[in-house]
Design a protein around this ligand. Sequence first.
Ligand SMILES: N=c1c2ncn([C@@H]3O[C@H](COP(=O)(O)OP(=O)(O)OP(=O)(O)O)[C@@H](O)[C@H]3O)c2ncn1[C@@H]1O[C@H](COP(=O)(O)O)[C@@H](O)[C@H]1O
Length: 104
Amino acid sequence: METLTRLEATIAERRKADPKSSYVAQLSHRGTPVMARKLGEEAVEACVAALSGSREELVGEAADVIFHLMVLLADKGVSLEEVMAELDRREGVSGLDEKASRST
Ligand SMILES: N=c1c2ncn([C@@H]3O[C@H](COP(=O)(O)OP(=O)(O)OP(=O)(O)O)[C@@H](O)[C@H]3O)c2ncn1[C@@H]1O[C@H](COP(=O)(O)O)[C@@H](O)[C@H]1O
């Protein structure tokens, strides 16, 4: 968690940096659709790594997914705290109950 909190702060800071020197600023400059597309691509790469890659490749792709998700969340003004609160809320609900309540 400490790592993600630190990454969230770094992303918030780097969004304002010069796109020439910062990948986060570059993504921010390119806009939400590009960030969303990058996240989708990284998610697919993680799936491919899980199905046919090495453990090391999966770890790398998982890190890419988390990083690009956090860049997108920052862009949309959604904090890590909000996402964690949602996960905490679900802890109190059985997975099957949660699924049933969503499909009604
Ligand atoms: N965790 C990451 C991280 N993971 C991946 N990447 C970058 O994500 C990019 C993904 O590579 P791709 O090959 O998919 O993308 P590409 O083809 O180069 O570019 P696209 O045109 O597809 O966007 C690479 O340029 C990686 O360097 C990251 N860039 C930055 N961070 C973190 O963000 C912090 C701030 O980075 P800067 O904004 O660059 O200072 C860093 O200190 C890190 O903690």
